[in-house]
Design a protein around this ligand. Structure first.
Ligand code: ARG
Length: 582
């Protein structure tokens, strides 16, 4: 149990000892630090319960608090708000505990097994800005859940099924008809075939094939046939499709790695195909399929629905499956392979209807136990200054690579040439660029849209990734310079800013628990900024290295180390890497 929770429990006991039963005591950080560090507001509800004036109850409680040497400056404000302050000795002791073991400042949860579906890249298509958010938010939620004790498997859930891939293979057939993949008499090993294409080629081939299919009915028909061949594992076509997936996946992985995003599982929509039959049978056995003009649909509407809820299309009239079907079949696959307690989907908020249909159908068919949580974690879009999803200057889709490049140009200008040697500068600029981009993406509440503003994101001042990195590096450098000095414990935290830092640290577990509960990261992003800027204020106010009072100096150094350690944990949760210098 975290220190703040222990403290709350112990205050609850004090209230009980004063003769009042409280269920949930709330220790509220006070908005008026002149009155006290914390407020206890329970006298008012207790007044109702015990039929007594709240002020009297507050006085009874305050009497006991005064006898407790952990607290000081106990006073009652207004109708019965009890203000309390932790003594310097006690607060220092708590900080020493935390600096010995950061786990005393985290509330671990009952461990659950979670499959987290995020990333969602599409094979043979360039990653675009929309994919940034899923990768970024999903990765941070994964790290947060792990920090709080859960077991999380991240799955990239590649878009590797259906017609787009068929069209890519078809276009390859038109470009390279001589390839053995299209030669029925070929008996050799396909893995030895030289394939003259790169990922960059693939990214051009898909748009080309897709335009052709729109304009040319015969081409589209051929595309359908090729898709069917791939999906029935036909030799040659299926093997070429696999190669295309490999090439594309390697490139996608490279970009994700740059973003500090890493998946345990690289399954795709196509991996659900082996469950289609079982899936459809379950729906059939439960009699919840409706035949409609040759298609199989599932009604998912509920009586109290206010918005329209179209039926889910399980099998199209031409026999092919839909995006919904692959997601339902994937639930079966995940259940069989991992048996998770929860499945989370970190996907663009515009897909909420799709997931609502999928979840409802999954419940209706009882694909998973009713207490297995299926949760859609939607997010808004990154927009341009015009308020529409961010595009290139000529209105095209902004790829993720060019977006990173844009930020990179900006951070490169800001790397200090005196501290970072020429040959390291590009690398450092990249690390800072990724941090700038990621932090700006995690700072707003995930559900809202935000505007891409490169100068703002890359700024060394203000609420930005670069500011956090720069400040954290400075903490480290202070600690390095103080290596020879004693750094064992905090003796005092008397200064106003130091106290504020300590109180902020005490509040960390609340922020972490709440963030995981709401599956949001904005509070953590705000928190790390608050802690860092408080620390910088302290740093500006004090000359740590030349301080003559040795106990004070030691306290400051241990506090610095504590803030530094917490920053590292939190920046790691957010997926930001701290360079050695910048
Ligand atoms: N590939 C999809 C897209 O780009 C996202 C996949 C999200 N995950 C899922 N299980 N449907 O839109």
């Amino acid at each position: 149990m975290s220190i703040i929770k222990e403290l709350t429990a112990s205050l609850k006991e004090i209230v009980n000892n004063a003769g009042y039963e409280v269920e949930n005591l709330i220790l509220q950080p006070s908005g008026r630090k002149d009155l006290g560090q914390f407020q206890i507001n329970d006298a008012m509800p207790l007044a109702k319960k015990y039929g007594k004036a709240p002020r009297m109850i507050a006085e009874d409680i305050a009497k006991l608090l005064e006898q407790d040497n952990r607290f000081t400056n106990i006073n009652i404000a207004g109708p019965g708000f009890i203000n309390i302050t932790l003594t310097d000795e006690y607060l220092s002791e708590l900080m020493n505990k935390i600096s010995e073991d950061l786990n005393t400042n985290i509330d671990k949860e009952q461990p659950k097994k979670i499959v987290l579906d995020y990333g969602g890249a599409n094979v043979a298509k360039a990653l675009h800005v929309g994919h940034l958010r899923s990768a970024n938010i999903g990765e941070a939620l994964k790290r947060l859940a792990r920090l709080l004790g859960h077991e999380v498997l991240g799955d990239a859930h590649l878009g590797d099924y259906g017609r787009p891939l068929g069209l890519v293979v078809l276009e390859l057939k038109h470009m390279y008809p001589e390839l053995p993949y299209f030669d029925e008499s070929y008996e050799g090993d396909y893995s030895e075939v030289e394939l003259p294409i790169t990922n960059a080629d693939l990214e051009k081939i898909y748009p080309l094939a897709s335009t052709k299919a729109k304009e040319d009915e015969a081409y589209l028909e051929e595309g359908r046939e090729v898709t069917a061949k791939i999906q029935s594992y036909e030799r040659g076509y299926y093997d070429l499709w696999k190669r295309v997936v490999e090439i594309s996946k390697a490139d996608i992985d490279k970009t994700y790695k740059e973003l500090n995003v890493d998946f345990e599982l690289w399954l795709g929509e196509s991996d659900s195909a082996e469950y289609f039959e079982e899936l459809i049978k379950i729906f059939e056995d439960k009699n919840i399929i409706v035949e409609s003009e040759g298609a199989k649909i599932v009604e998912v509407i509920k009586e109290d629905d206010k918005a329209p809820m179209p039926p889910l299309l399980l099998v199209k009239s031409n026999g092919s499956v839909s995006y919904e079907t692959t997601d339902l079949a994937t639930i079966l696959q995940r259940k069989k392979d991992y048996n998770p307690d929860e499945i989370w989907y970190c996907v663009d908020g515009r897909q909420d209807l799709h997931f609502e249909q999928v979840f409802r159908a999954a419940r209706k068919a009882e694909l998973v136990d009713e207490n297995v949580v299926l949760d859609f974690i939607g997010f808004g879009t990154m927009n341009g200054k015009d308020g529409k999803p961010f595009k290139t200057r000529d209105g095209g889709v902004m790829t993720l690579k060019s977006l990173i490049e844009l930020v990179n140009e900006e951070t490169l200008k800001r790397i200090n040439p005196e501290t970072v040697p020429e040959e390291e500068r590009a690398e450092v600029a990249k690390t800072v660029a990724i941090a700038a981009l990621k932090y700006a993406d995690l700072l707003p509440y995930r559900g809202t849209d935000y505007i891409f503003e490169v100068e703002k994101f890359a700024d060394l001042e203000g609420k930005t990734g670069p500011y956090l990195l720069y400040s954290t590096i400075r903490m480290k450098s202070l600690l390095n310079k103080a290596k020879e000095l004693k750094q064992e414990k905090i003796h005092t935290l008397k200064g106003e800013t130091e106290t504020e830092i300590a109180l902020t640290i005490l509040n960390l577990p609340i922020v972490l628990t709440r963030s995981l509960e709401t599956k949001t990261l904005n509070d953590i992003a705000e928190y790390v900024y608050k802690l860092t800027s408080l620390y910088n204020k302290f740093y500006a106010e004090n000359k740590v290295l030349v301080e003559e009072n040795k106990e004070l100096q030691e306290s400051w150094l241990v506090l610095t180390k504590l803030v530094y350690d917490i920053n590292n944990v939190l920046l790691d949760v957010l997926g930001l890497k701290v360079p050695e210098k910048m």
